[in-house]
Design a protein. Structure first.
Lengths: 226, 396
């Protein structure tokens, strides 16, 4: 394994204790992801892709094994430290955009800045990031339900980027978009990668996976190709 | 610029306007109940206090039962304040007003109607020192009398009416002429209850009942109420030199007792008003739980992108606070109107309504309303902040 990976999984397993018995979603997974990699995680339904994303997004912790992100062992971090790492180090782009419905497009992008700096954005950064992802400035005051899917995903990417995270996690980012808009969004992710971001995306679409430089294949909770 | 979590709460309240409005109505009712009941109690206390405080500067002196030895050694009893004791009282009282009082009960006849009441004997000029007439004048002639409001009303007396004093079967009864009528005085803490009384000159009284130099009671009206204790001590030292011959009292202890009782009653009715606020609290709790349930997915988003648990809690507590604030402000305004009506209807006197002791129940009620709302929002806020973001995101 490499010396200083941005993300390192060491023998990571995730077991869910269900009434029907224990279910192993990730089974002794070990892998490294280096800074400025563009990685696609693929696999059939139930292969553990979402569980892997939850681990990488620190929404969950491994049952066994170690997950290191940016040099820190996630299991040894306090819940508040994990929250701050989600806020500052990771930008999450969801398939269904998951914008905050009560906030405008601009406020959705401004929100992570407020979380980090504890005050409203007066630097114009939120507007600049929104512009950088090709979002129409005139639509900034619109609520998410007034935007198209492509516009919502651009806002979601802007929100993920605004705190300048090292890692961009994308869970089926084009899954809810038409082909043309999907290509635009992927071009945006390629551009981010070229600007130095580490992009990890989960997809079941081989054509989307082709944008990545490395594909990790999961099956039955195990890495079968990397 | 405003806190974004406050903005989110405001928008959530606006989005669920009707539900928020209904929940706030509960708080409005609670605040109105507490404030109105509080103001009612306070006005009762202030009213009674004012009524009794008008006599609180009066020292009442009556005779203790005194055993004296005669030259033959036979014990006898005396039950009045003597002339010499009165002089001692006057000396001790200094410049304060001293009013000697004769008093007994009597039957009387007005026209063909018989009645019963108290009869007081005063030096006529003393009457004006503590009583105000509603009609007529103080007694100028030897057979003039002033009557209380109840007697005047019940027997249709006017200035110039005649009253025969004494039992009806007495052959020759003295007659007095009404020279003045007193207004209703109610229960007077200075011991002079005039509503069912006839007040005659002291000379007329002693001519009829004797006891010229013995008084049933002596009142000292103290000019400065703060010196009442000193005056009582001076009289006590002057008159009760060797043995306890007179009893000295004032209305302050009675006033304290009545005020305490009314305070207890106020607390009790406040507690009854508080029940409606408990009901409102349950309603707010319910609304907040609904808000959390409906926004599980949104909470999931907030938590997954790095919102701290405390910030999620704050957002829901703001929402509870906003509901409480709306309910309390509306409730406070309604309290002024309803409280005024209640006080007016129950006490019949709104003179004390805007006094600080009364009106303070409006901000009290409002603060309690807001606090109750925020407390009701604690559990829902805690529940929201402790959600698992993965489960919350799945809950679409």
């Amino acid at each position: 394994m490499s010396e200083n990976p941005l993300i390192r999984l060491l023998d990571v397993s995730k077991v869910y204790h269900l009434e029907s018995g224990d279910f192993t979603a990730l089974n002794h997974v070990s892998l490294d992801i280096m800074e400025n990699e563009f990685v696609a995680i693929m696999g059939p339904s139930g292969s553990g892709k979402s569980t892997m994303m939850n681990q990488l997004g620190i929404l969950d912790v491994p049952t066994t094994g170690e997950l290191h992100i940016d040099g820190r062992n996630v299991a040894k971090m306090t819940p508040l430290e994990r929250t701050h790492m989600r806020r500052d180090t990771i930008g999450y782009v969801f398939q269904k955009f998951y914008l905050i419905p009560l906030l405008s497009a601009y406020e959705n992008v401004e929100y992570p800045l407020i979380l980090r700096y504890k005050h409203r954005d007066t630097s114009g950064k939120a507007a600049a990031v929104l512009k950088s992802v090709g979002f129409d400035e005139e639509m900034s005051s619109h609520r998410p339900n007034q935007l198209s899917g492509g516009q919502q995903q651009r806002v979601a990417i802007a929100r993920a980027l605004v705190n300048e995270p090292k890692i961009i996690l994308c869970d089926e980012p084009t899954g809810n978009l038409d082909r043309k808009t999907g290509i635009q969004i992927m071009d945006l992710l390629v551009d981010l990668h070229q600007k130095g971001k580490t992009v990890i995306l989960v997809t079941h679409d081989p054509k989307i996976a082709e944008y990545a430089h490395r594909t990790i294949q999961l099956d039955d909770g195990r890495v079968v190709a990397s | 610029m405003r806190d974004i979590f406050f903005d989110l709460s405001v928008r959530s309240v606006r989005l669920n306007f009707m539900r928020s409005l209904l929940a706030s109505i509960g708080i409005v009712i609670g605040v109105v109940a507490i404030s109105s009941m509080g103001m009612l109690g306070a006005n009762m206390q202030l009213s009674v206090k004012q009524q009794l405080s008008s006599d609180v500067n009066t020292v009442m002196i009556s005779s203790d039962v005194v055993r004296t030895s005669t030259t033959t050694g036979t014990p006898s009893t005396s039950q009045g304040v003597t002339k010499s004791q009165l002089n001692d009282i006057k000396n001790a009282a200094g410049t304060n007003v001293v009013i000697p009082i004769h008093r007994t009960n009597t039957q009387f006849t007005i026209g063909s109607t018989n009645g019963r009441g108290s009869i007081y004997g005063f030096e006529p000029n003393d009457i004006e020192k503590f009583l105000t007439l509603s009609t007529g004048d103080i007694p100028r002639g030897a057979n003039d009398a002033v009557v209380g409001s109840n007697i005047a009303t019940n027997f249709n007396l006017v200035v110039g009416s005649r009253i025969k004093i004494g039992p009806p079967n007495t052959e020759e009864r003295p007659t007095v002429r009404v020279s003045g009528i007193l207004p209703a005085r109610g229960f007077a803490s200075d011991g002079i209850n005039t509503d069912n009384a006839i007040i005659v000159p002291d000379t007329w009284y002693t001519n009829q009942y004797g006891n010229k130099d013995v008084y049933d009671q002596v009142n000292v009206i103290v000019k400065n109420v703060d010196t009442i204790g000193d005056v009582e001590t001076a009289i006590d030292e002057k008159v009760n030199r060797k043995t306890q011959v007179i009893r000295i009292a004032d209305a302050s202890s009675r006033l304290t007792s009545i005020t305490q009782t009314l305070g207890t009653i106020t607390t009790f009715i406040l507690a009854i008003g508080g029940i409606s606020l408990v009901v409102a609290a349950v309603s707010i709790f319910n609304v907040m739980m609904m808000s959390v349930t409906e926004r599980v997915h949104e909470i999931g988003i907030l938590l997954s992108i790095g919102t701290e648990k405390g910030e999620v809690r704050r957002m829901f507590l703001y929402e509870a606070f906003i509901l409480g604030l709306i309910g309390s402000v509306v409730g406070g305004i309604c309290s002024l109107v309803i409280g005024y009506s209640v006080v007016s209807a129950m006490i019949g006197n709104t003179a004390y309504f805007f006094m600080p002791d009364s009106i303070m129940y409006v901000p009290y009620g409002m603060v309690i309303g807001i606090v109750v709302c925020v407390i009701s929002g604690l559990y829902p806020a805690w529940k929201a902040s402790n959600m698992d973001p993965i489960d919350a995101l799945r809950s679409e």
